[in-house]
Design a protein around this ligand. Structure first.
Ligand SMILES: Cc1cc2nc3c(=O)[nH]c(=O)nc-3n(C[C@H](O)[C@H](O)[C@H](O)COP(=O)(O)OP(=O)(O)OC[C@H]3O[C@@H](n4cnc5c(N)ncnc54)[C@H](O)[C@@H]3O)c2cc1C
Length: 487
């Protein structure tokens, strides 16, 4: 091992000699188990248990008139949603009350806006004179801030620490993310690098005194760090460009290397988040090259993300399993997500007249998520699976399949977003699983893109959260095998 130390018991580690053929392995397992009655039955049992123990319709935004107004209209009218979320996006940049009022008029009351009459009349009264306009502007800004706070743990890492400790005491572990992405200058990129370094160094000290929680900090391979940080590649290098592939890969690697070095010396887990498809090959190359450098090749606390909405995801997952299996007793952790940039990918591909890289029928994504789940779980201990989803069908499938192949609960992890799907997290913890909350830290302005993504997710007609909590769809429908719905 390198001179950078960490304490990870190696006695149970996977032997590097245990060579692994991912292609053959996947085909065998998926074909024998996929769609068997027993697995489906078990999924229904687990899913029903989670549903029954969740309290229905817990509110995300409490006592927030603008959030109620925004969410209810966004769910009813797709066209209005776009204007509303654009307004939320622009709000933090508006400095004065009169700017806010002007923008509200522009976004909601302009002649070309087809807003319902009752809504426009109410807004017209609220914005009719200086006094009411000022009150409306101040309330709206305050309410949007409260909305952002529902998803953000603190303006900075010092302020977030209290919330992180509360999460730990409630039985959750966490991964901290610094809000902000796609930096536009190297000065800005350097600032982000500095913030990540501060976070890695500060957090590891801070968590030392916390109460011991075996479920959160141990798996069959050894200990799991309490401090866990998620990094967005686009926040570290401002010149990412697919046409300058090597330069982009090197730029991210150079900025990320000191962060990984600090993580190794402090024993902190680092996860590299996955962003839009344009950055995928670059990010995978960073992972393959940087994670294989001698000082990181045997570090067991590194992770990455695979997005199951991508048609190429199985191929990428096989590539990563092969990489992980070749590491020295240090499997990578893969966070399996469906993907947060679905609308963006579809619109961009259409604009460019390129093939659409994502599935366009929601059950296809759900079915592929399950396929990736099985591939990932079958590959344990060559790789560790962390499953990020708020969809109870997807989660029940993970649990049922893991049971089916006799994988211990402690060797998988369920990951959730801070502030989302709060009603079903506790039942999962009570079932004995480790739940890790993705905990963003940062100010309103860089946080708006994140907030808008969460609003889109909460109000999406296709989304599981709306279907289960707002539309109150039948549990059997919600737990249906997505393969039955694939056209
Ligand atoms: C801890 C954590 C970390 C995350 N990190 C990342 C990350 O690094 N990168 C990233 O991209 N995302 C990330 N996400 C976001 C994640 O991708 C979304 O939260 C997730 O897609 C929502 O899926 P679900 O299973 O919760 O909900 P569901 O409602 O079951 O699925 C919604 C998803 O289905 C897909 N979808 C929607 N409509 C269609 C359609 N018409 N056709 C095909 N597919 C469709 C989209 O991916 C959409 O997000 C993270 C989420 C969590 C919880």
């Amino acid at each position: 091992m390198s001179d950078l130390q960490y304490t990870f018991p190696l006695q149970n580690r996977v032997s590097p000699d245990n060579a692994f053929n991912t292609m053959g392995y996947e085909a065998k397992k998926i074909n024998t188990v996929d769609n068997t009655m027993n697995l489906e039955k078990e999924i229904k049992v687990i899913g029903t248990q989670i549903f029954e123990e969740s309290q229905k319709a817990s509110k995300i935004f409490k006592k927030n008139f603008f959030a109620d107004f925004l969410m209810s209209w966004a769910m009813k009218r797709e066209d209005i949603k776009v204007d509303m979320f654009r307004f939320v996006d622009v709000l933090p940049t508006l400095m004065t009350k009169s700017q806010i009022v002007d923008h509200m008029r522009e976004y909601f009351l302009a002649d070309d806006k087809d807003f319902p009459l009752a809504l426009q009349s109410g807004l017209k009264i609220a914005l009719s004179n200086t006094l009411t306009s000022n009150i409306t502007a101040a309330t709206v800004k305050q309410n949007v801030k409260a909305m952002a706070n529902a998803f953000i743990t603190g303006e900075n890492s010092i302020k977030a620490r209290k919330k992180l400790e509360e999460l730990w005491d409630e039985g959750y572990c966490f991964t901290v993310d610094i809000l902000g992405e796609a930096v536009v200058s190297e000065k800005e990129a350097k600032e982000y690098q500095g913030r990540y370094l501060e976070l890695v160094n500060g957090l590891s000290d801070h968590v030392k005194t916390w109460q011991k929680k075996p479920v959160l900090e141990e798996n069959s391979l050894g200990s799991i760090p309490r401090a866990n940080v998620s990094v967005k590649p686009s926040s570290l290098y401002s010149q990412i460009d697919t046409l300058a592939f090597k330069k982009s890969v090197d730029g991210i690697k150079n900025a990320l290397r000191p962060i990984l070095e600090a993580a190794v010396s402090q024993g902190v887990f680092i996860n590299l988040d996955m962003e839009q498809n344009d950055y995928r090959e670059i990010t995978l190359a960073v992972i393959e090259e940087l994670f294989s450098e001698p000082q990181f090749a045997s570090y067991p606390y590194l992770g990455l993300v695979i997005q199951a909405y991508l048609k190429d995801s199985i191929k990428d997952l096989e590539r990563i399993i092969a990489l992980s299996a070749s590491r020295k007793n240090a499997p990578l952790t893969v966070r399996l997500v469906k993907g947060a940039y679905w609308d963006f990918e579809v619109i961009l591909a259409r604009q460019r007249d390129w093939p659409i890289p994502v599935f366009t029928h929601k059950p296809e994504t759900d079915a592929n998520y399950e396929k990736c789940t099985r591939l990932l779980l079958d590959a344990y201990p060559h790789i560790i699976g962390a499953f990020a989803s708020h969809n109870i069908r997807s989660i029940s499938h993970i649990m049922a399949y893991a049971q089916h192949i006799d994988l211990d609960k402690k060797d998988i992890e369920i990951q959730t977003l801070y502030g989302m799907g709060n009603n079903f997290k506790k039942p999962i913890i009570d079932m004995g699983y480790r739940v890790r909350e993705y905990a963003p830290v940062g100010e309103m302005l860089p946080g708006m893109a994140y907030l808008v993504r969460r609003l889109l997710e909460n109000t999406s007609n296709e989304g599981f959260l709306k279907q289960s909590m707002v539309d109150l769809k039948d549990i059997d429908d919600l737990l249906r095998n997505p393969n039955e719905l694939v056209k």
